[in-house]
Design a binder for this molecule. Structure first.
Ligand SMILES: [Zn+2]
Length: 548
């Protein structure tokens, strides 16, 4: 799991644990049991896997194990006779000049690296430079035809550097129908800002950080953007990207905009219907030196061939990678075993594969199981598959993703990431309602959690994608047990050495999610229709175009 979105949202304060009961029984009719999920987790989160970091011996062991389990579950190799898909990556360590010089205004500004700005370049070259690149304030930096919005209308940004705001114009606008109100659309994500600026041909793109619309502080921006970053190798060596991508602090953004007389609420200004980009008086000068290192990691893929529509595919995904080995913690544990994140998701897809294999009737459509690499480094394995698909994207019915399933037992509520996006949630709704359960959406929709795990890369190419997890209302424990357990995970284990497997781990919630997604996949696997995106989804047009 990339960012602890599900845990950011927990309300503080102590939870009262009342009336805890132990109820470990699993309904007999369910295809997937907690016990088998635990068996796979215990292997994947074992110290011998060394935290499953890409390019290490831990990768070799993990992908070997997963491919063997796929084979035992009756899956055929998914990639022309192989269980593996090569994922060629490049590691880029960008070091910017210590200062970013902004000149041309009343007062020249000299921004300090890390404290005032972070920048990097994905271009696979030794160095890039902006020399007096004119700055333009392009509002939110959004081109969204479905909302009749174009911050780049009539603008020529070639050779220039655009300065843009984080999140989208709908955030805190007060109108839930303008974009998606406080629910972040993809146009609000920083990844989108960089992609759009590159499509427009800008030389550089700088996002003004603001804590509330970003949903995280400057430390997160500076910590996650300094040091080595992994990218997929591209034929064009990322020369289609802006030379410089980066962030500046809100203080520095204010100083820039003040030079052209923008001093008030610039977010409100930029969300006005008649907003037009504003050329700033200043220009920017900066050099970035890049260190490059090339390596190949692997996705693992297995297929169950459909009985009558084998050329249509239902895809299950879960990332196998985690953070490897680091410094020892207070208990002397240096291995990031990632039992919850995401050994449990991989365990679940292996179990689902086995359930399909054991079922009396095989599904009509082919079912594909894909364990992807380098999610923790920026959803790279899924991006590679989605952009280099083994099975055609427009024949792929759905992606069903599992990432960091809850280890606190079955819940009465099932959390649908990005609720409202596509028809797949209706499949979940029907299944859980029949069990007397309900679905819930993101508790903090403004944080854009739909764009933060592997399913998102399938959405980006138009494939309806679903990510579900346990909610917070425990099915067996009273009070705020579920919330307390989520908070405990977020505070004490998420992305820490302590995310370990134990024999007492409660995997009934994981089995619950796996069983629901098994049912969803069974239904999809026997239909002839292709579920779609709901009106207002930013992925609807992409799918419709690819299906033509
Ligand atoms: Zn993670």
């Amino acid at each position: 799991m990339k960012i602890k979105h599900r845990y950011l949202m927990l309300i503080g304060g102590l939870a009262i644990l009342a009336g805890c009961q132990n109820n470990k029984s699993v309904p007999a009719e369910k295809a997937i049991t907690a016990a088998e999920i635990k068996k796979y987790i215990s292997a994947l989160a074992n110290d011998s896997m060394m935290g499953r970091k890409p390019f290490t011996a831990g990768e070799d062991k993990a992908i070997k194990y997963i491919s063997e389990q796929f084979k035992l579950a009756g899956l055929e190799p998914g990639n022309n006779g192989s269980y593996f898909q090569d994922v060629p990556m490049v590691q880029i360590t960008s070091t910017p000049s210590p200062a970013m010089e902004i000149t041309g205004g009343k007062t020249p500004l000299s921004l300090h690296a890390t404290t005032d700005f972070v920048t990097f370049s994905r271009r696979e070259v030794d160095s890039v430079a902006l020399k007096n690149s004119p700055l333009i304030f392009a509002g939110y930096g959004v081109v969204a035809p479905e909302y009749h919005w174009n911050d780049y209308a009539g603008l020529d940004v070639k050779g220039k550097t655009v300065v843009v705001l984080v999140n989208d114009p709908g955030f805190k606008n007060g109108d839930p129908t303008f974009f998606k109100g406080d629910t972040m659309t993809y146009y609000g994500r920083w990844t989108y800002k960089y992609e759009e600026a590159a499509r427009q041909g800008a030389a550089g793109v700088l996002i003004i950080h603001q804590k509330e619309p970003a949903s995280y502080g400057w430390e997160v921006v500076s910590n996650s953007n300094t040091g080595a970053k992994l990218y997929l190798q591209q034929k064009d060596k990322h020369m289609n990207r802006c030379k410089v991508e980066g962030w500046i602090t809100e203080d520095m953004g204010k100083k820039l905009l003040a030079e052209v007389g923008i001093t008030g609420d610039f977010r409100a200004l930029a969300r006005k219907k008649d907003f037009k980009a504003i050329p700033l008086k200043q220009s920017v000068t900066l050099t970035i030196n890049n260190q490059l290192k090339y390596s190949t990691s692997h996705n693992v893929i297995g297929t169950l061939k459909g009985s009558s529509q084998p050329g249509e595919y239902v895809l299950y995904t879960a990332h196998w990678d985690h953070l490897g080995v680091g410094k020892p913690n207070a208990k002397g544990d240096s291995i990031y075993n990632g039992a919850v994140d995401n050994a449990d998701g991989v365990a679940a897809i292996i179990s689902v594969a086995k359930a399909f294999n054991m079922a009396k009737e095989k599904p009509k459509r082919s079912i594909v199981f894909l364990a992807v690499t380098a999610e923790e480094q920026g959803l790279l394995g899924s991006e590679y598959y989605a952009t280099h698909p083994i099975y055609p994207v427009n024949k792929t019915v759905a992606d069903l993703n599992m990432d960091a399933l809850g280890d606190y037992g079955e819940t009465k509520d099932i959390a649908v990431t990005g609720k409202g996006q596509n028809d797949l949630e209706d499949y979940v709704d029907e299944i859980v309602k029949a069990q007397g359960l309900s679905t819930v959406g993101d508790r903090h929709p403004g944080s854009g959690s739909y764009y933060r795990s592997d399913h998102f890369n399938f959405a980006k190419v138009g494939v309806p994608a679903l990510d579900i997890n346990n909610g917070s209302i425990s099915a067996v424990h009273e009070g705020s047990y579920g919330e307390a357990k989520q908070k405990d995970y977020g505070d004490n284990r998420y992305h820490q050495q302590a995310d370990n497997y134990t024999d007492t781990m409660d995997a009934t919630g994981m089995a619950q999610i796996a069983n629901i997604l098994y049912e969803v996949g069974t239904k999809l696997g026997n239909e002839t229709i292709f579920p779609g995106w709901k009106n207002g989804s930013e992925f609807k047009a992409i799918r419709e175009k690819s299906m033509k």
